[in-house]
Design a protein around this ligand. Structure first.
Ligand code: SOE
Length: 401
């Protein structure tokens, strides 16, 4: 069987999660055409390096050497957003298949460069981890919409909300100019809109803002997860009061120069309208990513928090009501285990890895991967959002190169 030595760049939250997927893919899908083999990890802390070597693979702190290592064929970019472009361009130039974390880039200009580089090497994979494409319920929703089961789309609502971004969360790159909620979460929601409905906004109007202007700096460099989840239970009233006090004289704190929240309204092809929201400050939401689509003859909704189900409302039936369709069983996409034994996040990563191997082997995908071109279109929408809010006006997507 053809083996594919894999290098993972960045061994934080996503890198470690992804490593599991490469190791598991053949066990999930016996017909995976290529066997990925973990070879090397680029890590930026000793702790991460220990994690990689403990599981039997090489670790290096030399990023360029990791990318161009002649022993590997496939580079998986799990670096902070600002480092994607350079790493991807170098990996393609070195003749590696590339799988990149979302958002693909920080600017549209970068995304164009990456698309051009990928076009120049059509024999190499260019794939972006819009992971929620790999949920069976979403593959099913996509099919129902494509088949026009409920007629034309009239209204759409897409969202991706989390709650970890309070004032007691320390600064990380996610709160810097290259981070931000729109790129981090909104990019998924925009891709989901396109993946499920085939539509992208035509013209939009947006609002963005910051709830927490300054954050404490972390004591050590490391995965931003440490800052998020190693929090002690605190009196939140005090947390907010202390934070507000510290913002008056923020010396020594890190300035957060990106969006904590974004809200968008848009027009879609065929006369439909849509809205999208993303935030890290919505208590009660955890990884609450989803959509509600309203058509001429019914509706469809999905939410990651209950991701194994697609909810369907057939308005043509005399007995109206929401049906909860369990999409995790034989007959649905990625069914490789016993019916109804629920999927989790890491299963989605395995599915993504499976799709990438199919693509490299020239075999049909189960459901389309997100290409660099798809991700470029997401970046164009993100740029339109920023423009709309900065210039306080409606922006046509055509205005963005
Ligand atoms: C952010 O909180 C994050 O980790 C994103 O970066 C991922 O893309 C998302 O899937 C889960 O949340």
């Amino acid at each position: 069987m053809r083996e594919m030595p894999v290098t993972i760049l960045g061994y934080g939250m996503m890198g470690t999660a992804r490593a599991v997927a490469y190791e598991a893919v053949l066990r999930y899908y016996g017909n995976t055409p290529i066997k990925p083999v973990l070879y090397q990890a680029y890590t930026y802390t000793d702790k991460e390096a220990e994690g990689a070597t403990a599981t039997g693979w090489e670790a290096t702190k030399d990023l360029d050497a990791a990318i161009s290592n002649p022993k590997t064929e496939y580079v998986d970019v799990c670096l902070p957003n600002a480092m994607h472009c350079d790493a991807v361009l170098k990996a393609l130039a070195a003749g590696k298949h590339v799988f990149c974390e979302k958002p693909l880039s920080v600017t549209v200009e970068e995304a164009h460069k990456m698309v051009d580089a990928a076009k120049a090497k059509p024999e190499l994979l260019n794939s972006v981890n819009f992971i929620y494409r790999r949920v069976p319920a979403n593959v099913y929703a996509r099919k129902l919409i494509k088949d026009g089961v409920f007629g034309k789309l009239l209204e759409a609502r897409n969202f991706y909300n989390q709650s970890w971004g309070g004032p007691d969360t320390e600064y990380s790159w996610r709160f810097g100019a290259a981070g931000g909620t729109l790129g981090d979460l909104g990019s998924h929601a925009l891709d989901m809109l396109y993946y499920t409905t085939g539509m992208r906004p035509i013209e939009l109007c947006a609002m963005q803002g910051v709830h927490i202007p300054y954050r404490n700096k972390p004591a050590t460099l490391g995965s931003d997860l440490e800052g998020r989840y190693n929090k002690k239970a605190k009196n939140l009233e005090e947390v907010w009061a202390d934070a507000r006090e510290s913002w008056k004289n923020p010396e020594g704190m890190a300035k957060c120069d990106t969006d904590d929240y974004t809200r968008i309204m848009y027009s879609l092809p065929g006369g439909a309208v849509g809205s999208l929201e993303c935030t890290r400050n919505a208590w009660g939401t955890e990884n609450t990513h989803g959509y509600e689509y309203y058509f001429e003859r019914g509706a469809i909704r999905w939410n990651y928090d209950d991701m194994n189900y697609l909810e369907i409302y057939d308005a043509s039936k005399p007995e109206r009501g929401w049906a909860r369709v369990l999409a995790n069983r034989g007959g649905f996409a990625y069914a490789s285990f016993a019916d109804g034994h629920m999927f989790g996040y890491r299963d989605l990563l395995v599915n993504g890895c499976y799709e990438n191997m199919l693509k490299i082997a020239g075999q049909p995908e189960v459901a389309p991967i997100a290409t660099f071109e798809d991700a470029l279109n997401v970046e164009r929408t993100i740029e339109a959002v920023r423009k709309s809010w900065t210039e306080k006006r409606w922006v046509k997507l055509d205005e963005i190169a």
